[in-house]
Design a binder for this molecule. Structure first.
Ligand code: NIG
Ligand code: FE
Length: 427
């Protein structure tokens, strides 16, 4: 008999997403559904996945063990959100209104708003304020089924404030059950005080920020916003090469507003991910496939910017490039913490199938962060990160959109959301 201390039993659909990572091409929609499915865990790890009969024959609960009945419900792996700008202060709802009245994201940014206005607010905030804001955002994420999140700095744009953002993430990791993968995005834009000295800012990122952040172990990845008005591919290459020399993996904001050569750069550097890709070319898609880089699509950003142009998701999938989905949670282009807001956009605007969107939001997202051996699917030996949704099958996640179906969340074998309510967090 297999001993378990937690079991979720009799799900109408247990969506395991079991199998090789990353999931590409036609296999992206193969999400390993088990009807009347059960999953059991011990000491935070999955020890059994199978149907009701096998469960009854093979699994015994320990004396203190808990069995959660998922009859009529759907169980999924916890979402892995591979792209957020979590630690920031302030709001840009005023700019949102200006955009609704006809101004563009770019013209607002050129006038000193946009990213730079969030930089001002974030520089003014104390680390305690950022931790408090971050905690409330992580709470909203976990209530919507996210159990692992990547989080970028990039609203400090000078050493002390970038460190403040990354230390905020470190503190949040100690007080919240969500796993946080930190990314240094010092090259988000050139800060106002250095607008006449771009080379000087790039040097600052390379010579001071990256070494210090690496020395303190504050980031696992480095990201660069390669775009007109931000950084050129050449600058991106120098920054990401310096980061690699300090042991940081590479991610890129690539081809978001126009084809900026971002996909080719990502592939050339062997980056873990190229993100956005709304304007990626066929050539860009081809090199991404050859480079093994994950395409992290962020349809919430183009939706929120009212950009009719979308990432060519079908062409990317059919070319065999691994596709992941993320929120891009940030105050300017996508202020939602919920992956459940993104999946319907991926399906209805990018043309992905619900099953493809689920694999992209779990296993492939984990792969882009280098952690798919540990999270992203429900398989024996992996961490028991899962969500129980009050829906009869996985399609309802996007079909019955705009409401939160997530009732229970388990993180590393511990029930952290019960009946849609966050459990008090033990230190
Ligand atoms: O991913 N593209 C650059 N960065 C963010 C937007 C940041 C902001 O507007 O504050 C993005 O869309
Ligand atoms: Fe982003």
């Amino acid at each position: 008999m297999i001993e378990a201390d937690l079991a979720v039993v009799d799900a109408a659909e247990l969506v395991t997403v079991a199998g090789p990572a990353p999931r590409v091409g036609a296999a992206l929609r193969d999400i390993g559904i088990i009807e009347r499915g059960c999953v059991a865990a011990r000491d935070g790890r999955v020890v059994f996945v199978g149907d009701e009969r096998a469960y009854r024959n093979q699994v015994r609960l320990t004396r203190r063990g808990t069995e959660l009945d998922a009859t009529g419900r759907t169980v999924l792996p916890g979402f892995v959100d591979p792209h957020t700008h979590l630690p920031f202060a302030g709001s840009r709802d005023d700019e949102f209104l200006r955009r609704l009245r006809g101004e563009s994201y770019e013209s607002i940014a050129a006038g000193g708003g946009g990213i730079l206005s969030t930089v001002e607010a974030t520089r003014r905030a104390s680390i305690e304020e950022l931790v408090d804001l971050g905690k409330r955002r992580l709470d909203r994420m976990i209530l919507h089924g996210t159990t692992t999140v990547e989080a970028k700095s990039g609203y400090g744009l000078r050493l002390d404030d970038e460190l403040k953002q990354l230390r905020t993430l470190q503190r949040l990791q100690d007080l919240h059950p969500i796993d946080i993968v930190p990314t240094f995005l010092g090259a988000h834009v050139v800060p106002r005080e250095m607008r006449h000295d771009r080379p000087g800012y790039v040097r600052e990122v390379i010579e001071r920020m990256i070494p210090e952040i690496a020395r303190e172990g504050l980031a696992r990845f480095c990201d660069v916003f390669v775009e007109e008005g931000a950084f050129t591919p050449e600058e991106g290459e120098r920054i990401l090469s310096a980061a690699a020399a300090h042991g940081l993996g590479a991610r890129l904001h690539a081809d978001q507003r126009r084809d900026s050569g971002g996909a080719s750069l990502a592939a050339r550097l062997g980056a873990s991910s190229a993100d956005h890709l709304d304007h990626v070319t066929n050539e860009g898609i081809r090199v991404l496939r050859d480079g093994g880089t994950v395409a992290v699509l962020l349809p919430g950003a183009s939706f929120f910017l009212r950009d009719r142009h979308e990432a060519p998701a079908r062409a990317i999938i059919e070319a065999g490039v691994p596709v992941a989905l993320g929120t891009d949670f940030n105050p300017g282009t996508c202020p939602t913490e919920a992956m459940t807001a993104i999946l319907p956009l991926a399906v209805l605007r990018l043309g992905m199938e619900p099953a493809e969107a689920i694999a992209a939001a779990t296993l492939n997202a984990a792969h882009s962060l280098g952690i798919s051996a540990r999270v992203g699917s429900l398989e024996v030996g992996k961490e028991a990160d899962l969500q129980v949704l009050d829906i009869p099958n996985h399609r309802h996640l996007v079909y019955h959109f705009g409401v939160n179906h997530c009732r229970t969340v388990v993180k590393q074998g511990r029930v952290v959301v019960e009946d849609g309510v966050l459990s008090p967090i033990e230190p």
